[in-house]
Design a protein around this ligand. Structure first.
Ligand SMILES: CC(C)(COP(=O)(O)OP(=O)(O)OC[C@H]1O[C@@H](n2cnc3c(N)ncnc32)[C@H](O)[C@@H]1OP(=O)(O)O)[C@@H](O)C(=O)NCCC(=O)NCCS
Length: 254
């Protein structure tokens, strides 16, 4: 079985950690440290890319085998195992399974949005944000989980009982900042994002003294927020490497 070969190779590499560098090629590589192992992986990956572009299937097979070996060595150099990577793949399969199920249920499934106050609902919001921002958009985990969740109100959107959307609201005096608006990719384009935003805006407008909602939109989503009455202001800027634009919406007439 293919998984078996990879697992045996990973186990052999792990066993070479700390071994005498003169006794094995793997031990010698690991002794040079993680940066060297990463460089080797990069070289092998580029060689595989070259063969993939050329279309030489036999050479691509050989280079892919080299690349897999060096990927495992690089992981071992940073104390990560094949099992860690397989666990991450399984976790993603779970997330996409949720999204896929939601998408299948979608045509007749009603969108519901509720404030997430129970721990289980907040965990659902965080799982959606992790899937969208950390995995899909490659936002660094430490930027996404900025430690301010405890100060925020959270909202969870469901589609036919499946959690598919999340957002949080940070109160700042008579303004409220709406952040982390996310809908799982398989559930997009079905009105979930708009329902989530409308519920948040309705709740804010019902709060005495709350004057304005504002947010920092990724520029690709400007039209989404404009349709909800937000107006762009100021210059575009980069956050986590993604272009953003401040937008605001008055909640009551001045
Ligand atoms: C932006 C996002 C929240 C929209 O959610 P959604 O559930 O797909 O949006 P909806 O289906 O409710 O769309 C509502 C309207 O906005 C439009 N819209 C949705 N996403 C849009 C986008 N990225 N750009 C322009 N218009 C968009 C829809 O076409 C729809 O218009 P319609 O009513 O005329 O048909 C979702 O695409 C998402 O999570 N993206 C990844 C994370 C992200 O970028 N979040 C924004 C951070 S600022």
């Amino acid at each position: 079985m293919t998984g078996g070969v990879l697992e045996r190779l990973a186990a052999t590499i792990a066993a070479r950690k700390g071994a005498d560098p003169t006794t094995s090629h793997t031990a010698a590589l690991l002794a040079k440290g993680p940066a060297k192992c990463a460089e080797k992986f990069g070289e092998e990956a580029v060689e595989a890319i070259i063969e993939a572009v050329r279309g030489d299937r036999a050479r691509l097979t050989a280079e892919a085998a080299d690349a897999l070996y060096h990927l495992l060595v690089m992981l071992a150099a940073r104390d990560l195992s094949l099992a860690d990577v397989l666990a991450e793949l399984e976790r993603r399969e779970g997330v996409s399974g949720v999204a896929e199920k939601a998408a299948r249920a979608a045509p007749l499934a009603p969108v519901d949005v509720r404030p997430a106050t129970a721990d289980a609902d907040i965990a659902r919001c965080l799982a959606i944000r992790e899937a969208v921002f950390i995995h899909e958009q490659s936002v660094p985990r430490e930027l996404e989980l900025d430690g301010r969740d405890v100060e925020c109100r959270h909202y969870l959107a469901t589609l036919g009982d499946q959690p598919v959307g999340a957002a949080r609201v940070l109160q700042q005096g008579d303004r409220a900042k709406i952040q982390r608006v996310a809908v799982l990719s398989a559930a997009r384009g079905r009105g979930v994002g708009a329902a989530l935003m409308r519920r948040i805006l309705d709740d804010l407008a019902a709060e005495p003294g709350m004057a304005e909602a504002w947010l920092e939109s990724q520029t690709h989503a400007l039209a989404f927020y404009e349709a909800l009455g937000f107006v762009a202001e100021g210059e575009e800027f980069l956050d986590a490497g993604i272009p953003h634009q401040a937008m605001r919406k008055r909640l009551r007439d001045a």
